[in-house]
Write a protein that binds this ligand. Structure first.
Ligand code: ATP
Length: 194
């Protein structure tokens, strides 16, 4: 069944790099094709080969980006390296207009900004069973260089500390056993089917 308007509340999923966000999200998207959508972010970086404006990103100049910041167009934005990235209110609304539940996969600083915005999403924190297991998983994933793994682990400690702040997250899922974590994740994202 398609979700009703009241069921289109966006979902924020946040958690340390390597906590399993992509793993759970990919499974959810496969089980519920068309039900969820990701907002198209703005970025000032140049498109990579094959990337399409309006599909992969809204590619903008630094000037336009700054103007949008000034107009309060972004729910959250951040700088990575020399490039700016942001999620606009419009991009989130576009997802709801398609009848989809918008999922925002964002880190701690983004969560803080969304909290200050007019968006009223539901907040979920995904956590590893321990920092040691997180380290094993990041290494096992085999996608990150040593320096990047160490950075991610340091940041993970901040993220886990932040998640303890009362009232920030409606639900915390500890991703120990994948099947159990997915069942909890699904119950949060598709509550009407439980
Ligand atoms: N419950 C689990 N048990 C064992 N391994 C897991 C579990 N959940 C995820 N993993 C593995 O941990 C690694 C990290 O997971 P994933 O890439 O989904 O994390 P992520 O939160 O999306 O990270 P990033 O924010 O960097 O994209 C992957 O190799 C994944 O297969």
């Amino acid at each position: 069944m398609a979700p009703t308007a009241s069921q289109l509340t966006p979902i924020v999923i946040s958690g340390p790099s390597g906590s399993g966000k992509s793993t759970l999200l990919n499974r959810l998207l496969k089980e519920y094709p068309g039900r969820f959508g990701f907002s198209c972010s703005h970025t000032t970086r140049s498109p990579r080969p094959g990337e399409q404006d309006g599909r992969d990103y809204h590619f903008t100049t630094k000037e336009t980006f700054q103007k949008l910041v000034g107009e309060g167009a972004f729910i959250e934005h951040a700088q990575f390296g020399s490039n700016m990235y942001g999620t606009s209110k419009k991009a989130v609304e576009d997802i709801a207009d398609k009848g989809q539940i918008c999922i925002l996969d964002i880190e701690m600083e983004g969560v803080k900004q969304v909290k200050q915005s007019s968006l009223k999403p539901r907040y979920l924190s995904l956590q590893p069973p321990s920092v040691e297991i997180l380290e094993q998983r990041l290494r096992g994933r085999g996608t990150d260089k040593e320096e990047s793994i160490l950075q991610r682990l340091a940041q993970a400690k901040n993220e886990l500390e932040f998640a303890k702040t009362p009232g920030v997250f409606e639900k915390v899922i500890v991703n120990d056993d994948l099947e159990k974590a997915y069942a909890e994740f699904k119950a949060f994202c598709v509550p009407e089917e439980q």
